[in-house]
Write a protein that binds this ligand. Structure first.
Ligand SMILES: [Zn+2]
Length: 304
């Protein structure tokens, strides 16, 4: 997990968040779900102490972003398969550990999307879709400065739109979901099977594509076509100004973006083509977004 102390740039008109201190540590998930909760709480408490020692006052609020299904309004981590969490009241636990400061709980991808929308690639777009292509595929729907969470905390799960009904099995139990066909993990798996190197990943596939390998191009184009099918479904529903693509696969740059723009464009009839751009904040999006969630709590308090 990643954590940061976040300050506010007082010279910027909208008080942009600034990472003051960053740290990482393992979740400790091999010791079970409760140990992960304890790691989160302990990590946050240490950072708070560090901030107090270094800046003379502790952080005034905290934001935390977690994977899985998250009920932001209730402050509960409803379900996270990879952490073994079921209905963890993380917001209350964290506030208690941090001496009662206000705490915001967010979903990891929606929180990253919030940062991309406010201070990253989507700064000038008030309707966008942020889609990180990593081990899985998720999405954050940006609308007028906020991210749509849905009625049950499940909005934006574009990775589980079925794009190839006979495709590979997905972790969710269905077949042919977008993430089973076009995530960085799926592209890596497909390229490893074709090139014969079991350790090959999506980055190796991208390199082989760039060097003109025809087998790699076939693997890559299959993923791009599936991705375009999924994105066109989303943009038909949402009509965004901008599609912001992040995650490991986006690191391929033009090797991804050039054929992806073309594949999306070819599929449109009446829909308007949004700009399709790389994410700007990379790895820092989650921490910056959690900082924004925390800062929003403080500005709400001031105006209230
Ligand atoms: Zn699925």
């Amino acid at each position: 997990m990643k954590a940061a102390l976040v300050g506010v740039d007082t010279a910027s008109p909208d008080g942009a968040p600034v990472l003051l201190h960053e740290a990482r540590r393992p979740t400790g998930r091999e010791r079970g779900p409760d140990a992960v909760v304890e790691t989160v709480l302990g990590f946050a408490a240490e950072l708070r102490a560090l901030g107090a020692a270094r800046y003379g006052a502790p952080a005034a609020a905290a934001g935390v972003a977690v994977p899985g299904i998250v009920d932001e309004r209730a402050g509960r981590a409803v379900y996270a398969a990879n952490l073994g969490w079921r209905d963890v009241p993380l917001r209350a636990l964290l506030s208690e550990r941090l001496g009662g400061v206000p705490v915001a709980l967010g979903h990891d991808v929606r929180t990253g999307g919030l940062a991309e929308g406010r201070i990253g690639a989507g700064r000038d777009a008030d309707r966008f879709l942020f889609v990180p292509l990593g081990t899985g595929i998720a999405g954050a729907i940006g609308i007028g400065g906020r991210i749509e969470a849905g009625a049950h905390g499940g909005a934006g799960e574009i990775g589980h739109i079925v794009v190839r009904p006979d495709g590979p099995e997905c972790g969710c139990g269905r077949r042919g979901c977008l993430e089973a066909v076009a995530s960085a993990a799926a592209v890596g798996r497909d390229w490893a099977a074709v090139c014969g190197d079991p350790l090959a990943g999506a980055a190796d596939a991208a390199k082989a594509v760039a060097s003109g390998d025809e087998r790699a191009r076939a693997v890559w184009q299959r993923a791009v076509d599936a991705l375009a099918d999924g994105l066109v479904t989303a943009l038909t529903l949402l009509d965004p100004q901008m599609l912001i693509i992040g995650g490991g696969l986006a690191e391929a740059g033009d090797t991804l973006f050039t054929p992806l723009r073309e594949a999306v464009r070819r599929r449109l009839t009446f829909q308007r083509l949004p700009s399709i751009v790389p994410a700007a904040l990379g790895d820092a999006a989650g921490c910056l977004g959690a900082g924004l969630l925390a800062r929003d709590l403080l500005s709400t308090e001031v105006t209230a």
